[in-house]
Ligand binder design. Sequence first.
Ligand code: BGC
Length: 235
Amino acid sequence: MVEDNGSIRTLSVDIGGSGVKAMVLDITGNPLTERTRLDTPQPAKPEVVINAIAVLAAAQGEFHRVSVGFPGVVRQGVTETAVNLHPDWIGFDLETALSKCLNKPVRVINDADMQGFGAIAGKGVELVVTLGTGFGSALFIDGKLVPNMEMGHHQFRKGKTYEEQLGRAELEKIGEKRWNRRLEKAIASLQSLFNYDYLYIGGGEAVRVNMQLPLNVKLIPNITGLLGGIALWRD
Ligand code: BGC
């Protein structure tokens, strides 16, 4: 039992298709440690990914609770999809398994949702997309999350999804110039669908965005994926 709430330390974990990252946050969500990273073990089955988290956790020092961003649909701590990890995640109770492994309370949400919490202002319609192995998305209305919005697997153009057209594999295939042109089309399409006040673009490949962005579109650093972890304990 922690007596002084102000000293509660939250281990924030971001599971990605290519890397697993971790960092400890203070009660207000500010980083207390350096971010550490391990390559996502392949094949990325639950047991080996949990082991990677345990290794990162051991090197992060003291913490009292754990927030996890997971690259798929998550409902009540159970992972329902994991397109870029492994089918063994379907129906896996990550919250319980990780909590047993680390002996700490754990909360799990979708990775883009967690990243969104680290980015939003909390007013109006705010949309977040993440560009990495996959294409993540999160929608917030006055700071309230519409959970598990999976735009990545929704049709974008030419019979292909946003993830098929803009994921890392496609970026490597078509190069930055064409990828940026496609992204510009995606931004226009999302603007006309959501009429958002702000769109935030994050994820590991956001650094490769190279265009004049509309005034209501902002690039966010990848560390935001971890900073959002504090929001999972707000209630
Ligand atoms: C998954 C999303 C995830 C995104 C980014 C997609 O393939 O379906 O849930 O947010 O990748 O990791």
